[in-house]
Design a protein around this ligand. Structure first.
Ligand SMILES: Cc1ncc(COP(=O)(O)O)c(C=O)c1O
Length: 405
């Protein structure tokens, strides 16, 4: 078996995460992953030496420049983009608000945007609020309630020659569904619309290829893949060249800098690069460029997480007191469920008592959970697998949920 087929050494991987020593089972990854020592070290090292702002002629300013370049090139490697197409910012949410405003500068009343009921609110509300302000028409792609899928055929009816943008997630942070983004993007492009893809939840669970997805703009959050709290939007630099974001007069006009407002968190950018390096090194035999090492390592992550998730998902679905939301065919290792006669908050509390970190609520997938009818009871409990989880942890989670019967 070549390196691409070998397994992840989870004992080695777990040794990289100081946060795992708290004795808890961290299946709360969809709300933010733990951070490896290499990322902590990169952030603190960056602050141990002087960093100035960018644009000076002295060494500490050059260091700031290097940290920006390092983060851009790492994010580009992570998604198969180019560094000049990487816009860094605070978060997926704040970048999406800013990008929405920028993109809409040429839109007219009566133009249309298509959002999806599957998405995190970060890729819904910015478009809806903009539509209200500008008199745009919002159309909704709906989720199949039973399966949790987002059927792509419905876009044939939703798209018109007035559609300016389709906003869709690459994976649901609540129930894991991975829509066929490429099929949706092809339809959107056929009517001349842009495609804004939320890759925040998909990124840690399989290597993204920006071109293959068909996304024109792809949003990411590094804290979902073991990095610091930094967001990014990745696009073709030629597209970014056509856009005119609001910016300060003295700030650079070049792409992608003109999309980045104010002085950025340089030290966190060091952590972004370290997080991508961490992912690339997950498979110790991975060789070649960072992108190639990411390919090998993320393939091992997919296999590893998939096996753990199957075990978890099957066990949950076999419990009579548990109702799992949806059953999408392709998904990230993420599951939401309710428990008979218990609120999700009470379930999460009980799991916490049993050393399990689990989120409850709507997970900001409010539209989806409204459609599924679970918000009135407090949403659902969500569990997510990441590459540092183990089969023993999954079994402990399964036993703990079973004990709620
Ligand atoms: C799919 C998805 N989109 C957007 C977000 C929001 O990201 P941020 O907190 O960086 O704005 C999240 C966060 O959990 C997410 O999972």
């Amino acid at each position: 078996m070549g390196p691409g087929g070998a397994a992840l050494d989870v004992a080695r991987v777990r040794g990289l995460f100081p946060g795992l020593s708290d004795g808890m089972v961290h299946v709360d990854g969809p709300g933010g992953a733990l951070v490896p020592e290499s990322v902590l070290r990169a952030v603190s090292q960056a602050m141990r030496v002087p960093i100035a702002n960018r644009g000076g002629v002295f060494p500490s300013s050059a260091r700031a420049e290097q940290l920006v370049a390092g983060a851009r090139s790492a994010v580009a490697d992570l998604v198969g983009g180019t560094p000049r197409g990487v816009v860094l910012g605070a978060s997926t949410t704040s970048l999406t608000y800013a990008m929405a405003r920028t993109l809409a500068k040429t839109w007219r009343p009566g133009d249309e945007v298509v959002v999806s009921r599957l998405d995190h609110d970060a890729n819904i509300r910015p478009w809806i609020q903009l539509a209200q302000e500008l008199g745009l028409l919002v159309k909704w792609a709906e989720v199949d309630i039973e399966s949790g899928e987002l059927p792509e055929w419905q876009y044939d009816e939703l798209l018109t020659d007035r559609t300016r943008l389709v906003a869709v997630t690459m994976a649901s942070n609540a129930i894991g569904t991975r829509p066929d983004v490429r099929a949706i993007a092809d339809r959107a492009h056929a009517v001349g619309a842009l495609v804004y893809v939320d890759g925040a939840h998909a990124a840690p669970h399989g290597l993204i290829d920006l071109t293959a997805t068909g996304a024109d703009l792809l949003a990411l959050s590094a804290y979902k893949w073991c990095g610091p709290h930094v967001g990014a939007v990745v696009a073709d630099p030629d597209l970014l060249e056509t856009l005119a974001p609001d910016k300060l007069a003295p700030a650079p006009d070049r792409v992608p800098d003109r999309f980045e407002t104010g002085t950025p968190p340089f030290e966190l950018y060091a952590g972004v690069a370290a997080a991508v390096d961490h992912l690339a090194a997950l498979h110790p035999d991975a060789t070649g460029t960072r992108r190639e090492r990411l390919q090998t390592s993320m393939a091992a992550v997919v296999r590893y997480e998939g096996a753990l998730f199957d075990r978890l998902d099957r066990a949950l679905r076999s419990m009579r007191h548990v109702q799992v939301l949806g059953s999408p065919q392709y998904r990230t290792p993420t599951v939401s469920f309710t428990v008979s006669r218990m609120t999700p908050r009470a379930v999460a509390r009980e799991l916490s008592r049993r050393t399990i970190c689990a989120w409850d609520g709507d997970h900001y997938a409010r539209e989806l959970f409204d459609a599924l009818g679970v918000n009135e009871q407090g949403g659902a409990v969500r569990l997510g697998i990441l590459h540092y989880n183990t089969v023993e942890e999954v079994d402990h989670v399964v036993d703990s949920v079973a004990a709620l019967a």
